[in-house]
Ligand binder design. Structure first.
Ligand code: PEP
Length: 249
């Protein structure tokens, strides 16, 4: 048995309209099972209306990104404090689409991680290798580097109020899923790397798997001992699929 409560997180990305966001949130609020922590991360403009929809339910609200800076002259940015005002408890940090499409470096990801915690949010730190990196045998080097950047800057204690998501880039939105054994191996690597610094924090931290998780492959991934939940993109836009994954946890 593990002391870790499973966390199932939906990353809606830039999808849907207001009506869909409300309906999806409402269905998830009604159907979320007990014993699992459920989190939804809608697009920024829908955070406030979804917060209203989720009122009185156990479902948590998170954002997909935040500014690396404190409030100020940063046109178009959204600060962690603003997200806190909207009832967000979590925020994704360093999602592979932010890293690759928007060029976020480890330094930017570290700054966002620290800004999230300064605002009282729990960062979900996303790490993962590309296909080319995996084929070159660099998976652990890449994931280790992404993890170390945060640990070094924020300190190991900061990981006590954080979640890690292992998301192999080649499995995101592609329909390709890491096998349970492939995912478990990297999850174990991440936990061991943290355990080498602080065993208690390593035991307590939740490490989610992400990358084409669906209702039909969730149970086998979640059965692995170091997989403590999932970060879901595509399948989080359908209430029945998302709830089936929550049930599998
Ligand atoms: C994601 O973007 O975090 C993700 C895992 O997407 P998908 O489930 O669509 O692969």
């Amino acid at each position: 048995s593990t002391p870790r409560t499973p966390l199932i997180a939906g990353n809606w990305k830039m999808n849907g309209r207001l009506t869909m966001a409300r309906e999806l949130a409402s269905a998830i609020a009604k159907g979320a099972p007990a014993g699992v922590e459920v989190l939804v991360c809608p697009p920024f403009p829908y955070l406030a209306p979804v917060a209203v929809t989720l009122q009185g339910s156990a479902v948590h609200l998170g954002a997909q990104d935040l500014a690396a800076s404190e409030d100020g002259a940063f046109t178009g940015e959204v600060s962690g404090e603003m997200l806190g005002d909207l009832q967000c408890g979590y925020v994704l940090v360093g999602h592979s689409e932010r890293r690759t499409v928007y060029g976020e470096s480890d330094d930017v990801v570290v700054a966002k991680f620290q800004r999230a915690q300064a605002a009282g949010l729990v960062p979900v730190l996303c790490v993962g290798e590309t296909q080319a990196e995996r084929e070159a045998g660099e998976t652990e080097a890449v994931v280790g580097r992404q993890l170390d950047a945060v640990v070094k800057a924020a300190g190991i204690q900061a990981l006590e109020q954080a979640v890690v998501a292992y998301e192999p880039v080649w499995a995101i939105g592609t329909g390709l899923t890491a096998s349970p054994a492939q995912a478990q191996a990297v999850h174990h690597f991440i936990r061991a790397r943290l355990a080498a610094i602080d065993a208690k924090i390593a035991t307590g931290i939740r490490i989610l798997y992400g990358g084409s998780v669906k209702a039909d492959n969730a149970a086998s991934l979640l059965a692995e001992s170091d997989i403590d939940g999932a970060l879901i993109g595509g399948a989080s836009l359908d209430a029945d699929s998302f709830l089936a994954i929550c049930q599998a946890a």
